[in-house]
Design a protein around this ligand. Structure first.
Ligand code: ADP
Ligand code: MG
Length: 443
């Protein structure tokens, strides 16, 4: 039954829509004409109920002669959200159609929905972006993306702009970094052109402001931004914002802005799992028409585990290395190309003790417990993380690492390393924590 439905949706939806809504949905069971489907997030559930569910009833009737009722279960949680407005399915569009308008709006033509790979860490953000692009100003306003560097926030934001311009070529779309916003504002005061500045920002249908954590502390600019926000919001114009952290964690962001941001939807983007990283590399490689074996892509994806920009950088590096050496891209060539990347890191400078101290501090535990034998989870996990990082970030041998942890066997280190590696592939909290510790160690 689900197969049949999938085919129906495939024929009526564009590829990006199909990927966003149908591919991410899994049938749970069909019982007494009740069809249970699992969807990844509340945004997906809303969209299904409003736009896609009717087809289930229709197809169900055709196939079984009776009415099939769909039910949606959100994977892992049960959060309910506001009801979506009526919405039309997306038309498929080719990148060539990115017009003059997109250029004027300062949008990067490469950052479209077509080039965006959906994975666990970003599927809710992607779904919310699609909804907003199709029906701006009415459902999730403002839409707020947050997450670490290089995870696709700017990309998604531009994709919303492109899509909106494809649907409504005359729409006014404006993308700015927070820095540009600040500079233009200060400039407008100095040159006495505040009126023009206001017009420019308050006469748009979609305002995209990137990295708003950089606005915090700039009082006059924040004040101006506040009024811009209010004007647009009251006119039902769509606002999309990004930051490296959620609104209430941005230091010195005035409460009145924090609370306004909460009127819409905040979605975080977490680092991609291995599967998604491979899919991203595959897409980039295909776009550049590079011949790369699957195992080599997996290898590269395994080397760089947090930041998609770095992942792209690694691919460029491997490509350049192959060209310079006149060789085809293979796993051993990729290993050579990326070796120097690793050793320019802190690999040789960092000691096991530094890692232990940083981890102990991060988890608020005693260094002697970290190195000791206590078996409580609150200590075992940080201990395993320290071992994992000691292996990843230093050149010390396994027995040496074991010795530094109160004389443990090298198999314990291997076990710890594997354990953390597995967790990193599926647990966003673990990814976030390990990344934060890595960043602390690298700074
Ligand atoms: P952020 O704004 O979160 O720091 P960006 O949007 O600038 O990150 O993304 C960094 C790079 O990674 C960009 O080149 C972007 O195209 C690419 N990228 C990020 N996420 C994805 C994705 N899901 N699929 C394909 N490319 C992606
Ligand atoms: Mg960005």
């Amino acid at each position: 039954f689900w197969k049949n439905l999938e085919e129906t949706y495939q024929s009526i939806l564009s590829v990006p829509s199909f990927d966003a809504w149908i591919k991410t949905t899994h049938p749970l069971k069909l019982e007494n004409n009740q069809l249970w489907l699992e969807v990844p997030s509340a945004v997906h559930k809303d969209y299904w109920e409003k736009n896609l569910a009717a087809k289930i009833v229709e197809t169900g009737f055709k196939l079984t002669g009776s009415e099939v009722m769909p039910h949606f279960v959100i994977a892992g949680e049960t959060e309910e959200r506001a009801v979506l407005k009526d919405n039309v399915a997306m038309e498929s569009e080719t990148p060539e159609r990115f017009t003059e308008h997109s250029k004027k709006a300062m949008l990067n033509p490469k950052y479209s929905f077509d080039t965006f790979v959906i994975g666990k860490g970003n599927q809710m953000a992607h779904a919310a972006a699609l909804v907003v692009a199709e029906d701006p100003g009415s459902i999730y306003n403002p839409l707020f993306f947050y997450g670490g560097v290089g995870l696709g926030k700017t990309h998604l934001m531009h994709a919303i702009g492109h899509q909106m311009l494809l649907n409504q070529p005359d729409a006014k779309v404006k993308y700015v970094s927070s820095e540009t916003f600040t500079n233009e504002f200060i400039n407008s005061i100095q040159t006495k052109t505040s009126e023009q500045f206001r017009k420019e920002y308050r006469n748009v249908d979609l305002l995209l402001v990137d990295d708003i954590q950089f606005l915090a502390e700039k009082e006059a600019t924040l004040e101006e931004f506040f009024h811009t926000f209010n004007d647009l919001y009251n006119e039902n114009k769509q606002i999309v914002l990004t930051s490296d952290r959620p609104p209430n964690d941005i230091p010195k962001l005035p409460e009145r802005l924090v609370s306004r941001f909460a009127w819409g939807l905040s979605v975080d983007i977490t680092p991609p799992d291995l599967e998604t990283r491979i899919a991203i590399l595959r897409k980039k490689a295909d776009a550049e028409r590079l011949e790369i074996p699957d195992d080599t892509l997996s290898y590269i994806a395994g080397q760089i585990d947090s930041n998609i920009r770095e992942l792209e950088g690694a691919l460029v590096r491997v490509q350049a290395y192959a060209t310079i050496n006149g060789e085809d891209i293979s796993t051993s060539l990729a290993a050579d190309a990326l070796k120097s990347l690793k050793s320019t890191g802190n690999k040789n400078h960092l000691s096991i003790l530094q890692i232990q101290e940083e981890v102990a501090k991060y988890y608020h535990i005693q260094l002697k417990d970290l190195k000791g034998k206590k078996r409580v989870k609150s200590i075992v996990v940080p201990r395993q993380i320290s071992m994992y990082l000691s292996r990843e970030m230093t050149d010390n041998s396994l027995p040496k690492i074991g010795a530094e942890f109160g004389g443990k066997d090298h198999t314990t280190v291997i076990h710890a390393h594997e354990k953390i590696q597995q967790l990193l592939e599926k647990d966003p909290t673990m990814q976030k924590e390990v990344n934060e510790i890595k960043n602390l160690l690298n700074s």
